[in-house]
Design a protein. Structure first.
Length: 278
């Protein structure tokens, strides 16, 4: 078996890995559920490579993500559900169907008209999906309701943003960003009260409400909360790394350093950043 640029070779490799007699013991026992976390992890690693503008890593991570698609498809094929070829057919069919202004005839020639056309096509696809599910004897639709199209499996910050965007389409929305600040203050007060009472369940509930409100104000000021938090995470890593290296240079360790000492180094890192920004 040799490497190849042909997708067929990747499919052959996965088939060999999953062979019940000669395959890899680890790969053979995997299921949709057991490899699901790896699929999510690979998607995040793709995003990380993009944010770092690392083309070598991006190429590798996209390959890892593609492997996850082939892995899931192989498991499905063994179950008699669908194959990788079915996955490719489904997505190519969808892309052609949703872009009649490119592949067929359509008068959609602006971003706004294309978006409207896209929504109309998706509505038709939803009806078709319901009909298919009915023929298979599945009556419950997990995508029912106006918010049903919002996936529950995506990161919570992203799901919150999508829920708010969807609700806003029918006018269930704040008219401006300022009132949301009042809502955030209200949620902070309720969280303080829950903390004072020591009610663990309510603390979790109020914390969720606060985060949801923060996502909402981010949406109103055209700032994606997920990206904003990622930026803060990067900043935290950078400043904490400064603490770590400064302590090492002084012959100290993180474990032995006091909070006051680490806070002083944190402020020093912030001051360095301020000077670099000038």
């Amino acid at each position: 078996m040799e490497a190849s640029k042909d997708i067929a070779r990747l499919i052959e490799i996965m088939e060999a890995l999953r062979h019940p007699e000669t395959g890899c013991p680890w790969d053979i026992v995997q299921t949709f559920e057991t490899i699901k976390p790896y699929t999510i992890e690979e998607a995040y690693e793709v995003a990380d490579a993009i944010e770092r503008d690392d083309m070598d890593d991006l190429c590798e991570e996209l390959g890892d993500l593609l492997l996850q698609v082939v892995f899931h498809s192989r498991i499905a094929q063994e179950m008699g559900a669908f194959s990788f070829e079915d996955v490719v057919h489904a997505v190519t069919s969808k892309m052609i169907r949703r872009h009649p202004h490119v592949f067929a005839v359509s008068d959609a020639d602006t971003p706004e008209s294309v978006k409207l056309q896209w929504d109309q096509i998706k509505s038709a696809e939803k009806r078709e999906r319901l009909e298919r599910r009915a023929r298979r004897g599945i009556s419950e639709d997990p995508k029912a309701g106006f918010l049903g199209s919002i996936q529950r499996s995506q990161p919570a910050l992203t799901e919150a943003l999508k829920l708010q965007e969807q609700a806003a389409r029918v006018g269930f929305d704040w008219s401006a960003a300022e009132p949301i600040l009042d809502k955030i203050e209200e949620e902070i007060g309720e969280l303080r009260q829950a903390l004072a009472e020591g009610d663990t369940s309510r603390i979790s509930d109020e914390l969720g409400d606060l985060i949801f409100a923060v996502v909402n104000i981010g949406r109103h000021v055209k700032t994606d909360s997920e990206n904003a938090l990622r930026g803060t995470n990067t900043k935290f890593r950078r400043r904490f790394r400064h603490i770590e290296t400064s302590l090492t240079e002084s012959g100290e360790t993180l474990e032995a350093a006091s909070l006051e000492r680490m806070e002083a180094l944190w402020q020093a890192a912030k001051e360095i950043e301020r000077k670099l920004d000038v």
